[in-house]
Design a protein around this ligand. Structure first.
Ligand code: 2U9
Length: 335
């Protein structure tokens, strides 16, 4: 009994001063291992007189259990300590500055466009990128033989469902739901089956605008787009409107700004014309108004469309549209 008590006290004090898991394992082996002190003691019980054996056996087993408990407690303590050491922060290391994100240049330009039109009283409306043929073409008076309706020019999902080729469907859907006045812009992603090059992408962004009410004129259209262009590119910019044709507007015009690189004198950017074509526009076609249940005799208005990539390229002097979509940080970090 005395011997066992001594062993226990000794084990206890050794465990208390064990500094790592290896020292702990040594102690375990010394007491509980195959040739450990406790193991040997238990084995030697057979040599005791028979009447002493049960009591001594009980005692030895109890000491064994106590040492086991002490071992596992100490083990947990040491493991905890080692974890803290492993995870310790070295405050003398130089700091790592967090990478600051920023908005993609297209998003920045889109935000700027939205802000200008919001200040002019336009509401921003969005709609689905997967559209019905009806909203994308038919309601807009785009005839079946128009090239954009060909499956070689648009991404069809079924015969009647496709990726929208312009955001005009958003305006159709809005007019179907509301009575005039409707004064909205529809920004968003559009898709055309174009081969990718410096000035084309199968996926790009548009902002289309629409103002329908009693008595809206082409003069209102010119005023709005002039204000827009001057806020976007600077006060000095002047606008040119030339007759054009779109199935959804009549009359229609293509809109150009005086070249922002050469101020209209002629340079490589404007192909020596002095002008940059940046939008299409016109008065909403009476058939389109009828399609949404409006009376063209009573209400009418204007519509316009502009390409966000083209505006961003001109604003920042970028000569290749693909840069916007390649996710190259060397390009993106400049904005
Ligand atoms: C409704 C009625 C008419 C929107 C318009 C254009 C002219 C136009 C192009 C500019 C550059 C597309 O991104 S681009 O290639 N857009 O020329 N868009 S009028 O006319 C509408 C829209 C909605 C209900």
């Amino acid at each position: 009994m005395e011997e066992l008590l001594k062993i226990k006290e000794e084990a206890k004090s050794r465990l208390g001063s064990a500094e790592d898991l290896k020292a702990l394992e040594d102690i375990r082996r010394k007491y509980l291992g195959k040739k450990g002190l406790i193991t040997l003691t238990l084995r030697s019980l057979g040599r005791l007189p028979e009447e002493e054996r049960p009591e001594a056996g009980k005692h030895a087993n109890q000491v064994k259990r106590e040492i086991e408990t002490l071992l596992s407690t100490r083990k947990r303590e040491l493991e905890e300590k080692e974890k803290v050491v492993e995870e310790a922060i070295d405050v003398t290391l130089p700091g790592r500055s967090p990478k600051l994100g920023r908005k993609h240049p297209l998003t920045q330009v889109l935000d700027e466009i939205k802000k200008i039109f919001m200040n002019l009283g336009f509401e921003i409306v969005e709609g689905p990128e997967v559209e019905l043929e009806y909203y994308n073409f038919i309601a807009l008076n785009i005839p079946p033989y128009h090239p954009v309706r060909d499956e070689h020019d648009s991404f069809y999902i079924t015969n009647e469902v496709l990726l929208r080729t312009e955001t005009s469907a958003v305006q159709i859907r809005t007019m179907e739901k509301r009575k005039p006045p409707v004064k909205i812009i529809a920004p968003g992603r559009v898709y055309r089956r174009d081969a990718v090059d410096r000035t084309h992408s199968h996926t790009f962004h548009q902002v289309e605008g629409l103002w329908v009410d009693k008595g809206i004129t082409f003069g209102d259209l010119k005023g709005t787009l002039t204000l827009f262009a001057q806020q976007m590119f600077g006060e000095k910019v002047s606008l040119r409107f030339r007759p054009d044709y779109f199935p959804f507007t009549e009359p229609s015009a293509d809109g150009a700004i005086s070249c922002i690189m050469c101020e209209g004198k002629g340079c490589p950017v404007c192909s020596n014309t002095g002008w940059l074509e940046i939008f299409g526009c016109g008065m909403v076609h009476p058939k389109v108004l009828k399609n949404v249940g409006y009376d063209p005799e009573k209400t009418g208005g204007y519509a316009f469309g502009l390409g966000v990539e083209r505006i961003a390229m001109l604003k920042y002097g970028i000569d290749d549209m693909r840069l916007f979509f390649e996710n190259d940080l060397r390009f993106l970090e400049q904005f």
